[in-house]
Design a protein around this ligand. Structure first.
Ligand code: CUA
Length: 324
């Protein structure tokens, strides 16, 4: 509904306009059909009341000619309306179609989007390999700059949908697909997975944070830097727990030995607004709950439960909170 009421890109505006036309015409058709049904009921009753019989043989031929004409007109109108919308839909689709080569950025900022069960990975490539950055469930973009999302999926079919910015586009294993749009202004836009992809499909959400361009550059520079070593003793203790436990097998923290790629990179996890694919706010309490028993928050998630002493958990959370 937000995409319809508050579109924030040319793409979303075109889709909203098409939708409003469809809603308006469908409403008119519904009113016309309802009006005809009511009129038919009313006129039949009246003729029964006046003449004591539904129809006299004399006027039957005339009324059946009238009915034929009405049905023919309605059928022709239906065909015209359907074809007009098909053409309109085609024009909007063509205007925002993905490029033939989804990797041809053509001046746009290109971000690789990987759909996973059940979270989103956003990869910003860089000519300098150390500056390549991967983040999760939060897509940061500059406002007013064309964006090309190159979509991939290693597991099942997902569908990226940011109603206020762009239409849906599937992420299909083995294929490259893409989405192109330009956000009008800075702001936070909600995104969802729009294709059933397993138990946590409904909790596969993300946010698009559009910044003024200079602010975006600052964000990118900060995020592509390695994690700074913790200074606080508790956080230092937590880093040891992190590197010695199973955490490091699945998660990466740039600047440390943790290089896992199964779960989201955690280099700057503390800077994210939410955790668990935007399911719960990024607070120390939620972080602790998530580490201890993720299945409680997202049944079916690949992250296993982690039974550890309370002191280790506290240190681990302190470490993760230090990854700004
Ligand atoms: Cu991914 Cu639904």
């Amino acid at each position: 509904m937000n995409g319809l009421l508050r579109p924030a890109s040319e793409y979303a505006r075109d889709v909203a306009q098409l939708s409003w036309w469809m809603i308006a015409v469908a409403t008119l058709v519904w009113l016309a059909v309802t009006g005809c049904v009511l009129w038919a009921l009313w006129s039949r009753r009246r003729s029964v009341a006046i003449e004591g019989a539904p129809e006299s043989p004399g006027n039957r031929g005339e009324s059946s000619r009238g009915a034929t004409l009405a049905v023919a007109t309605a059928t022709a109108l239906t065909v015209v309306i359907l074809f007009a919308f098909m053409a309109y839909d085609f024009v909007v689709g063509r205007a925002h179609a993905q490029p033939h080569d989804p990797l041809d950025a053509d001046g746009a900022l290109s971000v690789t989007v990987v759909g996973r069960q059940w979270w989103w990975e956003f990869i910003y490539d860089d000519t300098v390999p150390e500056k390549r950055l991967s983040t999760a469930n939060e897509l940061h973009i500059p406002a007013g700059v064309p964006i090309l999302l190159a979509l991939r999926s290693p597991d099942v079919i997902h569908s990226a949908w940011i109603p206020r910015l762009a239409g849906k586009q599937d992420l299909t294993p083995g294929y490259f697909t893409a989405l192109r749009f330009t956000a009008d202004s800075a702001g936070v836009y909600e995104g969802v997975c729009a294709e059933f992809c397993g138990a946590q499909h409904a909790n596969m959400r993300f946010q698009v944070v559009a910044h003024p361009p200079e602010e975006f550059q600052r964000w990118r520079a900060r995020e592509s830097a390695p994690a700074s070593p913790p200074t606080d003793p508790l956080a230092r203790e937590g880093e040891k727990v992190f590197l010695a436990s199973t955490c490091a097998a699945c998660h990466a923290v740039a600047g440390t030995d943790a290089r896992g790629t199964i779960g989201p990179a955690l280099t700057h996890v503390a800077s994210r607004r939410a955790i668990a694919a935007n399911t719960v706010a990024n607070t120390p309490e939620n972080m602790a709950r998530w580490i201890r028993d993720p299945q409680r928050i997202k049944p079916g998630t690949q992250m296993p439960s982690n039974d550890m002493p309370e002191s280790s958990l506290r240190a681990l959370v302190a470490y993760l909170r230090s990854l700004r």
